[in-house]
Ligand binder design. Structure first.
Ligand code: ADP
Length: 395
């Protein structure tokens, strides 16, 4: 496993149940997965020698992020390492421009886009032509290296778009621009694909973003028509097949105000939009990723309940004086059904440090389950009950 973050940590949890121990390449011993694996290689994910050391004797090599340079992966593949997903597929998760091009070649719906990788004056002209043609509904993006909204500039008109371009063009960042989609909401269609060619799709979920990162996931996406859900699953399965993905793939989608589905992003690894599966689906995304990478038959992706909600625990602006341990005590006292997953990370503002899953009981409404999940996550972040609950009077 290349990368020692929470995705690696939770994949390791699933590996234990399958009788495996992940060897983790982590930047330091205190990273979330390095804390829990007995087999850690300390090194950088962009250091070929460190990658070779981690891959030595491994059945397969996989990732918890998209940051490994493609050339290194190609070198490892040439040396016989089973890189999963393979570099030829991962390329499309690393490079938004290549992804947009490939998806439009395959006839999948994507926002209009323009390549701004050329020399700066020509790229600026291209941006002006694109902006004029799209009423300056423009999102500027770094082609690679962005995550959780970093490297995405949602602009508010010509001056703002050109200012964002001028501030970011010409350096190491390669830019593209795309049409700002008038969206009703964001969805994620997660699938897994094995080398054998088996594919499996989880229910399509709604992802609620705050400050450019995922905050809440509603599973399944409330009110999504059966037809749209199936179309999203089909697009995701077919794309995983066309690209030769091995392991999980999350296809992030926009549902437009007209009910159309447009593909935004691809991630080829376990993904935040799949955390609900740990408690809410027959097979969690972490186990499925391992099954796919190890070419086992894939697991049942059915939801265990009609409503499951995941809320991220994000570091508060000011970390509360109450310890995480005490917050957990209080949460469990109030909500015995809340399933908490903590990543072993220190608290910093807006940092993903854990998540809460609530699996709705029969008849529960999505609004109720969501309110409870968000209340639990906010409590864990801030030590404040959003409804003013007093643990001493229990009211
Ligand atoms: P990241 O790689 O950081 O996840 P994304 O490309 O997913 O970046 O963009 C982050 C967020 O920015 C999206 O979740 C969405 O809310 C918004 N966004 C991105 N592209 C567009 C677009 N074309 N139109 C409208 N909003 C967008």
């Amino acid at each position: 496993m290349i990368g020692g973050g929470q995705l690696a940590r939770m994949t390791h949890q699933s590996a234990i149940a399958l009788g495996e121990c992940l060897r983790v390449l982590a930047g330091s011993a205190d990273e979330p997965a390095a804390q829990v694996s007995a087999n850690v290689v300390i090194g950088a994910h962009d250091d070929l020698e460190a990658l070779r050391t981690a891959a030595e004797g491994a059945v397969a090599l996989t990732f918890d992020h998209e940051g490994v340079p493609l050339a290194h992966l190609q070198a490892l593949e040439a040396e016989g390492v089973q890189v999963r997903p393979p570099s030829a597929a991962l390329h499309f998760a690393q490079d938004k421009m290549a992804m947009r091009r490939r998806l439009s070649e395959l006839g999948l719906p994507v926002p209009d886009f323009v390549d701004l990788s050329g020399d700066v004056p020509a790229a600026r002209e291209a941006l002006i032509a694109f902006g004029d043609a799209h009423d300056w509904q423009v999102v500027l993006k770094a082609v690679s290296g962005g995550y959780d909204g970093r490297g995405v500039w949602i602009t508010s008109g010509r001056d703002d778009a050109l200012a964002a371009f001028d501030a970011n063009a010409g350096g190491d960042t390669i830019l593209m621009a795309e049409e700002k989609v008038a969206m009703a909401r964001e969805l994620s269609a997660m699938v897994a694909r094995s080398p054998f060619g088996q594919g499996a799709a989880w229910p399509v979920v709604e992802t609620v973003q705050r400050k450019g990162q995922c905050a809440v996931v509603l599973a399944p996406a409330p009110g999504l028509s059966e037809e749209s859900a199936q179309r999203a699953q089909q697009m995701s399965l077919q794309l995983a097949d066309e690209l030769g993905v091995i392991g999980n793939m999350a296809m992030e989608l926009f549902e437009t105000v007209d009910g159309e589905l447009i593909v935004n992003e691809l991630a080829m690894r376990p993904h935040n939009s799949g955390h609900w599966t740990m408690d809410g689906a027959v097979t969690s995304q972490f186990e499925q990723h391992l099954r796919a990478v190890l070419d086992y038959p894939l697991g049942d992706t059915s939801a265990r309940s009609e409503v499951v909600v995941m809320a991220n625990i994000l570091g508060a602006e000011d970390a509360p004086a109450m310890s995480m341990d005490e917050r957990l005590h209080h949460l469990f006292a109030r909500m015995p059904d809340a399933k908490v997953h903590l990543y072993g990370k220190s608290e910093r503002p807006d940092r993903k440090i854990g998540h809460v899953n609530i699996v709705g009981l029969p008849g529960a409404t999505v609004d109720d389950v969501r309110e409870r999940a968000e209340r639990a996550a906010t409590w864990m972040s801030t030590a404040v009950w959003t409804d003013g609950w007093d643990p001493h009077t229990a009211s």
